[in-house]
Design a protein around this ligand. Structure first.
Ligand code: 5AD
Ligand code: SF4
Length: 406
């Protein structure tokens, strides 16, 4: 932990000691945000706050926001409206952090329309939270702590894990891919990998504490860059696989364009790596994929998926799909359904395309009307439900003793 951080943790702790103050965190978004929230909880508990499930009863409420799709924004502003009344009677401290605060428009909206928010922090300044809270509770200042410069991944933050057996470990942060629909590269910055030794040390400690299942996290895990000894994601998987006590290893999310043979071989070799592999498709049509800047074709995706299934016995796939990307025709959408039929995904995370300000897709022509997007979504859902049901029945008949896939 940094010296400055320890100093402010101690200062807040002195101030609030014996007051029985409680905190609540509302996490929106992905597993990386969940992992960040566990670190935020770790810092708050060191400062002396106690966990409270119901945010209405908390003295400090922290929102860890997401901006990947529009509905997360609506949820945040709805909740902020609710909490305003509680703050008026209870004096609750409100902090808003995470991806959405890296968007200038959102930051401005909070500054203008939600002036009662006490602390605003971004994705590169989470580690300053003790100082930010100190300033707001002791110096009674409003704090805006957002920077654009990518920081290193901060090591050694205290962490309060939500589960006793499963833990997630961030291995890299940021993204260089700029898929045309996606806001992540703008709010999380460029790719930065953690040192492999630090990752392994964290996993070893988790194993000692009794954790059995590890999820390695990053926006694009298979472009992880290590050092001379543990060079890349494949090497990292092999090393994590050696750690005694860990029984299941998962990772999220890989990008198909970076899913090279060495990673497939490593998965095949590492018996602890789960045989359900997430392989985000996004769309099944090559022209749409090109417009999305995904850098693979329908055929290349299928080839990769078949290769994984062939080289990793028992492997099944899950995926992410966006329906209604600008310009997508009905015929092009059929290609998505075709890939789904061919690959029998175990699980499909389906999203309706949502415009993100500042992305390339925002200014593309021929945005799809909402009713057509919903209709495509429903068609995909019906197909997905059919496939998952048939997988379930097949599994039941073929393997009566073991229905679970690890
Ligand atoms: N609209 C809809 N879905 C999106 N995703 C990312 N950006 C958007 C967007 N603008 C989806 C992708 C990604 C998942 C985490 O969220 O499918 O893989
Ligand atoms: Fe977004 Fe694409 Fe990066 Fe994933 S790989 S975070 S979808 S830009």
């Amino acid at each position: 932990m940094q010296e400055n951080q320890e100093k402010f943790i101690e200062l807040v702790n002195e101030k609030i000691r014996n007051q029985n103050l409680k905190y609540s965190i509302l996490t929106m978004g992905c597993q990386l945000n969940e992992n960040d929230s566990e670190k935020i909880a770790g810092m708050l508990e060191k400062m002396g706050y106690k966990y409270e499930e119901d945010y209405k009863n908390a003295d400090l409420v922290l929102f860890n926001t997401c901006c990947v799709r529009e509905n997360a924004e609506e949820r945040l502003f709805g909740k902020l409206g609710e909490i305003k009344k509680i703050k008026e009677t209870k004096g609750t401290i409100i902090a808003v952090g995470g991806c959405m605060m890296q968007e200038p428009i959102m930051l401005e909206k909070i500054n203008k329309s939600y002036r009662y928010v006490d602390v605003v922090f971004g994705t590169h300044t989470m580690q300053n939270l003790p100082e930010d809270i100190y300033k707001t509770i002791i110096e009674k200042k409003k704090v805006k702590d957002v920077i654009d410069i990518d920081g290193e991944i901060i090591e050694g933050l205290p962490i309060k894990r939500n589960d006793k057996f499963r833990a997630s470990v961030t291995i890299m942060n940021g993204c260089n891919n700029f898929c045309s629909y996606c806001i992540v590269p703008y709010v999380r910055g460029r790719e930065r990998s953690r040192e492999p030794e630090k990752i392994l040390e964290e996993v070893r400690n988790l194993a000692k504490e009794g954790y059995k299942e590890i999820t390695l996290l990053g926006q694009n895990v298979n472009s992880y860059k290590g050092n001379d000894k543990i060079r890349n994601f494949a090497d990292l998987l092999i090393e994590v696989n050696k750690i005694e006590g860990i029984e299941i290893i998962r990772f999220e999310s890989p990008h198909p364009k970076d899913f090279k043979d060495d990673v497939i071989d490593a998965i095949a070799k590492c018996e602890k790596v789960a045989r359900i592999i997430h392989l985000p498709l996004q769309a099944g049509n090559t022209k749409v994929l090109n417009e999305m800047n995904r850098k693979y074709t329908k055929e290349q995706y299928l080839e990769l998926a078949y290769k994984i299934k062939e080289r990793v016995p028992g492997a099944v796939l899950s995926t992410d799909i966006i329906v209604g990307f600008p310009g997508e025709t009905d015929e092009e959408f059929e290609d998505t359904l075709d890939v789904v039929r061919k690959l029998n995904f175990e699980q499909i995370f389906m999203f309706i395309y949502s415009v993100r300000k500042g992305t390339r897709a925002e200014t593309m022509p021929n945005h799809i009307p909402e009713n057509i997007k919903s209709e495509r979504f429903n068609r995909l859902k019906i197909l997905a439900d059919k496939i998952t049901q048939s997988i379930f029945w097949n599994t039941l008949f073929l393997y009566p003793k073991s229905c679970s896939v690890t």
